[in-house]
Ligand binder design. Structure first.
Ligand SMILES: Nc1ncnc2c1ncn2[C@@H]1O[C@H](COP(=O)(O)OP(=O)(O)OP(=O)(O)O)[C@@H](O)[C@H]1O
Ligand SMILES: [Mg+2]
Length: 275
């Protein structure tokens, strides 16, 4: 895959350039109450997502990645510290911040066609023409124009996940929060969706916060990789990824720079790998 605009891709202007609102948390504390009482899950987390930036969040299972994403998306309240979207304190899902979950099967409405699933977030409040235009653009960006009239059960897992992503894109988010969006997909489908996401992001300028367990995926896609560690979890490692874009599944992954970054992320996660 190259980063050149492929033929047939919707002409979508850059939506969110430098200076548009970013998402940030400062000295974040999140305390959740489980069966054994209140537990601090995240503590002292400072994270700023700049406009158009791609940031991956890694960490062992149960560290608090989903919790961080939910707090940034206004779905879980913080206990202390500040969570700001465009400089404004978050108290519920902020405008322009859209979450995509791993479990696409439960997020699509089976009685709606692909087109009507994608329209879900934009059909109220926009004119019919604008809604149609946004849905068409989003379907084209994820390569699902030909499947617009299908129902979700007739689609593969990768296609269903693309419907969910198209639904988010139709809302023209300034920040996409993605929780292991490709976690349930096979390696080939995953690689293809990574490249589609890379292309869509370069077209739209949407910032992405991407939770994953896949170190290769994180380094390949990101401008910055953040590793959560400890209990309560804080940011154990922040790594800038300056690999040139567009990235390529084969070429990029063979460069010494990529291999070095991959090594450092694995090490931060507690694994040693051969260089
Ligand atoms: N609603 C809740 N009430 C109490 N504790 C919770 C709640 N949600 C999550 N937790 C706890 O918070 C911790 C972090 O959970 P979280 O789901 O954020 O982890 P994660 O890093 O996303 O894990 P995974 O990689 O397995 O998805 C876990 O110990 C979990 O048990
Ligand atoms: Mg999780």
């Amino acid at each position: 895959m190259t980063g050149a605009r492929p033929t047939g891709t919707a002409e979508v202007p850059t939506l969110h350039g430098p200076g548009s609102p970013s998402l940030e948390c400062r000295d974040l504390l999140v305390r959740l109450t489980g069966a054994t009482g209140a537990v601090d899950i995240l503590k002292g987390v400072d994270l700023t997502i700049a406009a158009g930036e791609f940031v991956s969040v890694l960490g062992a299972s149960g560290t608090g990645k989903t919790t961080l994403l939910r707090v940034l998306g206004g779905l879980t309240p913080s206990t202390d510290g500040a969570v700001l979207a465009g400089g404004v304190p978050v108290s519920g899902p902020p405008d322009g911040v859209v979450t995509v979950f791993q479990d696409y099967t439960n997020s699509l409405l089976p009685w709606r066609t692909v087109r009507r699933n994608v329209a879900l977030g934009v059909e109220d409040g926009l004119s019919k023409e604008e809604c149609t235009r946004r849905v068409d653009d989003a379907l084209e960006m994820v390569g699902l124009t030909a499947s617009a009239q299908e129902y979700p059960f007739r689609l593969s897992g990768g296609m269903q996940q693309r419907v969910q992503i198209a639904r988010a894109l139709a809302m023209r988010p300034s920040v996409l929060l993605m929780d292991e969006p490709f976690g349930a997909l096979d390696a080939m489908t995953k690689a293809s969706l990574q490249d589609q996401l890379q292309r869509v992001q370069s077209l739209t300028g949407t910032a992405v916060v991407f939770v994953t367990h896949d170190v290769e995926e994180a380094v390949y896609l990101s401008d910055r990789v953040v590793v959560l560690s400890g209990r309560p979890a804080g940011i154990g490692l922040t790594l800038d990824v300056d690999l040139p874009r567009p990235r390529d599944q084969i070429g990029t992954k063979e460069t010494p720079e990529y291999l070095d970054l991959r090594h450092r992320v694995y090490a931060a996660l507690g694994h040693e790998v051969a260089r």
